[in-house]
Design a protein. Structure first.
Lengths: 158, 178
């Protein structure tokens, strides 16, 4: 009885592990000669954009060109190219579009600085809005003269 | 006066909508278009056979004249649509070099036999290596290469009469006159 229970648990875990590995997106399995290579592959495959897919990285795309580029990536890592050389290879053929983190130059400065800029503008607007509110609140409360008048009127009736 | 300020978001909406409408309605708008990184660079070298023979050709074998490099394949539906126009261009004297991209050799040979062969040379890029070096990400794609073997223009998609007359031919004529 107990061993049946153990078997069920074991099966459950086997299925769980098998299914969960499918959630790692597309990729074909590549053999790497060392761990460092596999790590670099995982990073680059996330940072390189599929040229055809309009916002999928190489990890998440099933298109033929993405498959080809993953194969090239694997080949280049195994052949000893460093990350710079690999990125250069990709950019030489497909342009800066293929990098999710393009180099900073006059074309991309807006891209890189816009989050900070928009955040700054948002803070500015929030600040102006709050100080306006404070002004309105302040003007809605009574001035000292009006307070005196009010207490005099109330005194008449108390 | 401050009532009018309420209309600012609406105004911004209309401005944006107008901008989007303008951009989307432009002729030839394709968000997937990628500017080529190879413009004004030399044609990458290669060593490929043709679809008909096993003799290996390199870049120097096809350069020397102005050529229209056409990346095509039998699995590409748009290439089927483009093909008759390529036949026409070839008849007019345009030298067209085909790159049969990741295709089946038999099917490719049947294709040109059945539909006509506009290609002066038809390279067999079976694993897409040359395509990769050219920054190809689909088919059909066409390049204009000048007499010195430098890539001068890339067109993504079907080359039809409008594309040829309005965009490619002017460059082709200029390169031929050089």
């Amino acid at each position: 009885m107990k061993s049946l229970c153990h078997i069920k648990i074991a099966i459950f875990y086997v299925i769980l592990v098998t299914i969960s590995s499918a959630a790692l997106a597309v990729v074909e399995t590549y053999e790497f000669t060392n761990k460092e290579g596999r790590k670099r592959y995982k990073v680059l495959v996330d940072e390189l954009r599929c040229p055809k897919c309009q916002n999928q990285n190489l990890a998440g795309s099933n298109s033929p060109i993405a498959k080809d580029l993953r194969r090239e990536l694997h080949r280049m890592i195994e052949e000893g190219n460093d990350d710079e050389m690999i990125k250069e290879f990709m950019v030489k053929r497909y342009g800066n579009f293929v990098l999710y983190k393009p180099p900073l130059d006059h074309n991309t400065i807006i891209l890189w600085s816009s989050p900070a800029l928009i955040g700054f503008i948002a803070l500015l607007v929030a600040f102006v809005f709050r100080s306006r509110q404070a002004k309105v609140a302040h003007s809605e409360s009574l001035s000292d003269q009006e307070k005196d008048k009010l207490s005099k009127i109330l005194d008449q009736y108390s | 006066m401050s009532r009018l300020k309420l209309f600012i978001p609406l105004l911004m909406f209309f401005l944006l909508a107008g901008l989007f409408l303008f951009a989307l309605s432009r002729e030839g708008y394709n968000p997937q278009d990628l500017p080529s990184a190879l413009i004004d660079r030399a044609l990458p070298d290669f060593s490929l056979s043709t679809i008909e023979s096993d003799e290996l050709l390199t870049a120097s074998d096809i350069t020397g004249e102005v050529i229209l490099l056409n990346v095509w394949a039998t699995w590409c539906v748009s290439c089927r649509v483009e093909h008759p126009y390529l036949n026409k261009l070839a008849e007019q004297g345009v030298k067209i070099v085909g790159i049969d991209y990741k295709d089946d050799r038999q099917k490719a040979m049947q294709w040109v036999e059945k539909l006509g062969n506009p290609y002066a040379v038809n390279l067999f890029d079976v694993d897409g290596k040359l395509g990769l070096d050219l920054g190809v990400y689909g088919a059909p794609e066409s390049f204009l290469v000048d007499k010195k073997g430098v890539i001068r223009y890339k067109h993504v998609g079907v080359v039809d009469d409008r594309v040829w007359v309005e965009t490619i031919k002017p460059i082709y004529d200029e390169l031929t006159a050089q």
